[in-house]
Design a binder for this molecule. Sequence first.
Ligand code: PMV
Length: 337
Amino acid sequence: MAIVKYWGKHGQQLARNPSLSLTLSEAFTETKISYKALEKVVSGSDAIQLSFTFEGKEEPAFAERIKKYLSSLLPVFPFLKQLDLTIDTKNSFPHSSGIASSASAMSALALCLCSIEDRLFGTLSSDQEFDQKASYIARLGSGSACRSVYGHWSLWGETGEVKGSSDVYAIPMADQVHPAFERAQDAILIVSEHKKSVSSTQGHQLMETHDYASVRFQQARSRLHRLLSALRMGDWEDFGRIAENEALTLHGLMMSSNPSYMLMHPNTLRILNATRKYREVKKVPVYFSLDAGPNVHLLYPESVKEEVNEWIGSELSTYCKDGKVIYDHGGDGPEEL
Ligand code: PMV
């Protein structure tokens, strides 16, 4: 879940501004890659031998995207051409509805590919080397995925404020965050499971000619500066203000792009308004964020988890598709199964 958003890219999957996110625990992808040596490698061919299933079913559109991605990685992983690959993958949450499914899927896949490289050639023995390569490879699949190879908080994009930050891979930030943000809660309110009408790829593209583009990229940098300070100081109030502003800015950019589009639903707005009212009346630190879709993330400290979860269940789940809420929190990140 990104707090300062990546929206707008250039070159080979490079972001126009640095971004910072929280890796969640319950919303995850499980990916299994089996591989065996191909009996006959067609020389000079970039064809990837792949059978692919998503949630147990063949999904030609996803398979095509993965195949294209794997062929684009041949300069980095030439051995892929010599393997017969089978990929089975599944998510614990609905895909393509704007809850970072491509970040989750592409980071899982990138981690698997790096594990294969390491098993075959023993080339990624240090953890840092492994993580940075996985993050770099994930980025080439979906920009936001480069942050998801780490648990807890991670930062993608070079900023003079954080040593080691880079445009080509993300870095972990957990050790730079105040204990008040440990196990930050993130309840995902599923307003709609429909595939969104405009993809993030198209959204990034529209930023190229957006009237507000340069101001936006500047704004993201100054919000990141404030966010880093809020995270270091344990300041939930400023953190929440930034999270909400970023969410509304992202959707404002969509609504003001050319052509304009809208991904929020009426129930999204009902939840946002109810959240602000609840916070004001109850004086409880609970804040919203949105990714590129209608579903709402509510962010709050673990210390208020019980009362907030109860309120979500009794007041807000009526705005959700079949009452669906994923009660999630920052987690330790990917696990090799
Ligand atoms: O990684 P992409 O191309 O799916 O872009 C997603 C961008 C947002 O999720 C909307 C924001 C972010 O920083 O993750």
